[in-house]
Design a protein around this ligand. Structure first.
Ligand code: EPZ
Length: 434
C-alpha cells in the first residue's frame, strides 16, 4: 500500500533537539546478504537496517532456495546448504539495483546464472556492461534473449568454473567492484581488479570475507587482488553492519538547518570527512566524537551559513548520494553555490520541486547553481528517488506550512522507520496510507 508523509514545517526556525541514532548501512548489508551464496556454512548479519531493499534481497535469496530468517532485531541468518537455483526472478530484481550483486556469487558457485536488468533509482541509464564484460573476461559465455526492457542474460562458465584474470573498470563502480570481487573468490587463480571503488562498504565487505577465508588484498585502494579458492566458512562469525554514512549525512544536514541541539549517534564520522569539512567551512558548529556528531548553537548566536561549490566523486570524494541534501543546504546558505554531479547523468530532477517551494536553483543538466538564503514554503512533493525523497523530507521540515510527500516507498527503501526517529527530535511528521 502506497503512503505519504504529512509534515508541519518549522518556517526556518532551529528547534529540533535530542538524539537520532543511525542504522546499519543499506549499501553494505545488501551485499553481505548476496555474499551468503559464497558460504558453505550459515552466515549471520547483525545491525542490519529494517528497510524495503533488504526485504527484497531476502525474498530474492529465498526464491533461489536459500534459507533466510530473522534471528533477532536487525539480525539475519542465511544458509544455502539446500539446492540453489541459478535463475534470479525479474519481478524481484527489477525493484532494486543491488539485485545485480547476487549474479556474481551465483555464477561463481553454480557455474551459471540468469537475470534481467536490475531496477533501482531513476538517476541515469545505469548500465551493467562492467559486470557482463567482467564475467566474459573470466571465461564465461554470455547469451542474451528478449527485447529492449525485457532483456534476459544467461551466463555460463565453461566446465563450470571461471578463471582469474585482470579487469580494468572504466569507472570505479561500487556494485561492479563488489560483484566481481565476490565472483573472483571462487574462480581458479588470481584476479586483479583495477580502478576499483574504495567506498567504506567495499572495504567492509572485503575485510569480512577475508576473515572467513577469502584471499583478498588491496581493499580501500584502486587495485584489488583476489586468489580464487573454495567456498567460505563463517564458523559463526557474524558480520556487524557498518553505520550508514549517507543516513548519518542526511541527519547532519537536517541538524545544521533546523537543529537547536541534535546529537547524531551510532555513526562513523571518519566516513564523512568530505561532508564535515564542507559544513565546517560553511560555518556549522559541530562537536565530533568517535561515533557521534553533535550540532548545537553552543548557546552562541549562530553565524550565517556560507555557500560553497562542490563536485560529487567516488570515495573519499563528496558522495553523489548526499548531492540532493547538500543542494538543499545551499538554498539556505548566504551567497552563490554550485554542485557538479559527475557520477550519474540525471540526478538533478528534484530541483524543480525545490524551486516551486521558493528556492533559486539553476539546473544546467549536471550542474546546479544556487542563490541563498531563500525561505521555503510548503508544497506537495513526490520523491523521484531514495535520496531526493530524503531531501524533500528535509525541505518540508524547514519550510513554512504543511507539506505532503508522496511515493514514500522510495524513502522506506533506505531509511528505517524514518518518521519515528524524526519525531523523536521534534519533527511534526505523520505517515498516512493513500
Ligand atoms: C552504488 O550504485 C550505490 N548503490 C548507489 O547508491 C551510489 O549512488 C553509487 O554506488 C555511487 O556511489 C548500491 O550500492 C546498491 P556505480 P552503483 O556502479 O554501484 C557507471 C543509493 O541511493 N556504470 O558506482 O549502481 C554508472 O552508470 C544508491 O543508495 C557503468 O557505466 O553505482 C555510473 O555512472 C543510488 N557500467 C558510474 O559507473 C556499469 O556496469 C558509477 O556507478 C556499472 C556502472
Amino acid at each position: 500500500m502506497e503512503g505519504a508523509f504529512i509534515i508541519k514545517g518549522l518556517a526556518g526556525k532551529k528547534k529540533l533537539e535530542g538524539e537520532i541514532p543511525v542504522r546499519g548501512a543499506k549499501n553494505a548489508s545488501l551485499k553481505l546478504l548476496a555474499a551468503g551464496l559464497l558460504f558453505e556454512d550459515s552466515l549471520l548479519i547483525h545491525n542490519a537496517p529494517i528497510i524495503e531493499d533488504m526485504e527484497r534481497m531476502k525474498e530474492l535469496l529465498a526464491s533461489l532456495g536459500g534459507d533466510v530468517r530473522s534471528v533477532g532485531v536487525g539480525k539475519i541468518k542465511l544458509d544455502f546448504s539446500h539446492p540453489i537455483s541459478p535463475d534470479i526472478p525479474s519481478e524481484i530484481s527489477e525493484k532494486f539495483r543491488a539485485s545485480i550483486v547476487a549474479a556474481g556469487p551465483l555464477l561463481a558457485r553454480l557455474g551459471k546464472v540468469s537475470f534481467s536488468l536490475p531496477g533501482g533509482c531513476h538517476i541515469g541509464k545505469r548500465p551493467i556492461d562492467f559486470f557482463i564484460e567482467g564475467f566474459e573476461e573470466m571465461g564465461a559465455r554470455v547469451r542474451v534473449s528478449g527485447e529492449e526492457n525485457r532483456v534476459r542474460y544467461l551466463i555460463e562458465a565453461p566446465a563450470g568454473r571461471l578463471k582469474g584474470t585482470e579487469i580494468y573498470l572504466r569507472a570505479p563502480s561500487v556494485t561492479g567492484t563488489e560483484t566481481l570481487l565476490m565472483t573472483a573468490i571462487l574462480a581458479e587463480g588470481r584476479t586483479i581488479i583495477k580502478n576499483a571503488a574504495m567506498e567504506p562498504e567495499v572495504v567492509s565487505l572485503a575485510t569480512f570475507l577475508r576473515q572467513c577465508g577469502a584471499r583478498i588484498w588491496g581493499e580501500g585502494t584502486p587495485t584489488l587482488a583476489i586468489e580464487g579458492g573454495t567456498l567460505l566458512r563463517s564458523k559463526g562469525l557474524a558480520y556487524e553492519t557498518i553505520p550508514d554514512r549517507i543516513e548519518a549525512g542526511s541527519f547532519i544536514v537536517l541538524a545544521a538547518l533546523a537543529g537547536r541541539d541534535v546529537n547524531i549517534t551510532h555513526c562513523d564520522p571518519a566516513h564523512l570527512d568530505s561532508l564535515l569539512s564542507l559544513l565546517h567551512h560553511a560555518g556549522v558548529e559541530m562537536k565530533i566524537g568517535k561515533d557521534f556528531v553533535r550540532i548545537t548553537d553552543f548557546n552562541k548566536v549562530p553565524r550565517p551559513l556560507k555557500a560553497f561549490s562542490i563536485k560529487t566523486q567516488g570515495y573519499p570524494g563528496f558522495p553523489t548520494d548526499l548531492q540532493a541534501l547538500i543542494t538543499l543546504f545551499l538554498t539556505q546558505a548566504h551567497g552563490g553555490g554550485s554542485i557538479f554531479e559527475t557520477i550519474f547523468e540525471s540526478r538533478l530532477a528534484y530541483i524543480d520541486a525545490l524551486n516551486l517551494m521558493g528556492a533559486k536553483i539553476k539546473n544546467t543538466g549536471n550542474q546546479a547553481f544556487t542563490e541563498g538564503p531563500t525561505p521555503l514554503s510548503a508544497n506537495n512533493l513526490a520523491s523521484t528517488d531514495l535520496r531526493a525523497g530524503m531531501a524533500f523530507l528535509l525541505a518540508a521540515i524547514i519550510a513554512k506550512g504543511e507539506s505532503r510527500v508522496e511515493n514514500i516507498y522510495n524513502i522506506d527503501r533506505g531509511y528505517e522507520k524514518i518518521e519515528d526517529r524524526l519525531s523523536n527530535i521534534g519533527v511534526q511528521i505523520k505517515r498516512i496510507l493513500c
